[in-house]
Design a protein around this ligand. Sequence first.
Ligand code: MN3
Length: 201
Amino acid sequence: MSFELPALPYAYDALEPHIDARTVEIHYTKHHATYLKNFNAALEKHPELNAKTTLELLSHLDDVPEDIRTTVRSNGGGYLNHNLYWENMGPHCGGEPKGEVAKVIDKAFGGFTAFKAEMEKTGLARLGSGYAWFSRKPDGTFIIHSTLNQDSAVSEGLTPLLVVDVWEHAYYLKYQNRRADYLASWWNLVNWSVVAQRLGA
Ligand code: MN3
């Protein structure tokens, strides 16, 4: 068994003008696809792992055979993190969260404005490459945090609700080094109904 690239839930140009079509195309067909290819190649060496899901592998890295553990961590992480990233964006999205998501954000962060500021600050503070996340902890509380390179929130025992890729490949063509501008514009793409689904799951 091998994992597959999920179909992008919109056209390459659907995230314009916030993320340009060329960036989406390269990011999805080259970066994301390469993580997947390397992840599958590593798993081929261990057919005994066939029945495991990506989530199971990444949330129990210590159980992954040592000879492929680093590859699973970075390339399996790259595969899963991008799946989550594409899914939690879309055209005609953005705006403010509603319902249960809004309640959680108000309670944990003191409102949407403070939540946004914290996510942006966390994304900006991520030295080098990585992700900023809004996740649920095992104790049911919520956290905004970042991970380095392709490390995944799930490997830290967290349940990801919303993620933004802050690798330069996610924004460089349009924004060059201006990660802050990318993050500020990115809110126009957030698909809050996906966040609500993840919160309910
Ligand atoms: Mn990326």
